[in-house]
Design a protein. Sequence first.
Length: 353
Amino acid sequence: SCREQPIFSTRAHVFQIDPATKRNWIPASKHALTVSYFYDATRNVYRIISVGGTKAIINSTITPNMTFTKTSQKFGQWADSRANTVYGLGFASEQHLSQFAEKFQEVKEAARLAREKSQDKTELTNPALNITSHQVLPSPIISSNGPGEDKLFRSQSADVEITTEKERLKKMLSEGSVSEVQWEAEFFSLQDNNNKLVAALHEANANVDQWKKQLAAYQEETETLRQRVAELESQGAHDSSSENNKEELSQTLEELELLIKAKDEEIQMLKSQKCGRWEAEGEREETLQKLQELEACNAELERRLHLAEQTLAETLAEREKIQNEVTKVAEIMDVKIFELSEIRQGLAKLVES
């Protein structure tokens, strides 16, 4: 209304007491709303108003008998007998709660002064009111003190009404749970934190799925490398037998070399003796034949020695190639094992968090 002006505004989460149980708080909105004090200069009335969309969430006229109670560091409440409900406000900080409570006390005092001023004005403008009251409501207080004490009678009646109202409100508020009030005050801030945690959890789950896929790929690759290593180990066992063959070939070569050396010595000795044996033709032919046999045997031994050296060289080259390949596979496995350990540590930290 254009005749009402806001005198103080703040933001808070609005609650109303459950009319069925009178114990639980019902949130009036999902988000914090603007809560304002309004002053109606025409009627000299103070109101607390909060609007959610097109609906008035709070429309509470402040009276002198109302009390604003701080139930926690960030939550306060007051009862409105005309609306037959209890309003609760959850603030973002203790400072906002204190400011609202101080303004409530100021407005309550202003409403009390306005009521007293209105009553005094009514008594001055209607002098017959005292007589009417005296005649209609006979009372020991009025009969003993006379019509001049009619104002005192009305004050005592108002005190009785205020006392009754306070008792009813105290009973209503005593039914509430302090822990529930505090929980309701922190509900929406916890809800915001929960939304952030849910988003972070979704992101972490996506990362975990990606890490699981990568881990499965690494495990598959590791299994392939293990099979390759098993094959190489089997080849290594075969190479061990080749090593034994190589040792046998080496030993054979040494024996052949010794035999060739012995034959060479025998040839030299025969050549040195050849001049003295020309006299006997039969001996000469036998010697030549023996010499030819020795030369043929020497050529065969040299051929076998050449083949043995060639086989030995091929065996050494194949062994070196296999050793290089085993070393390369071992290095790749070390890298994969290190990456797997880092992924497992990351998963462990994620599970702990």
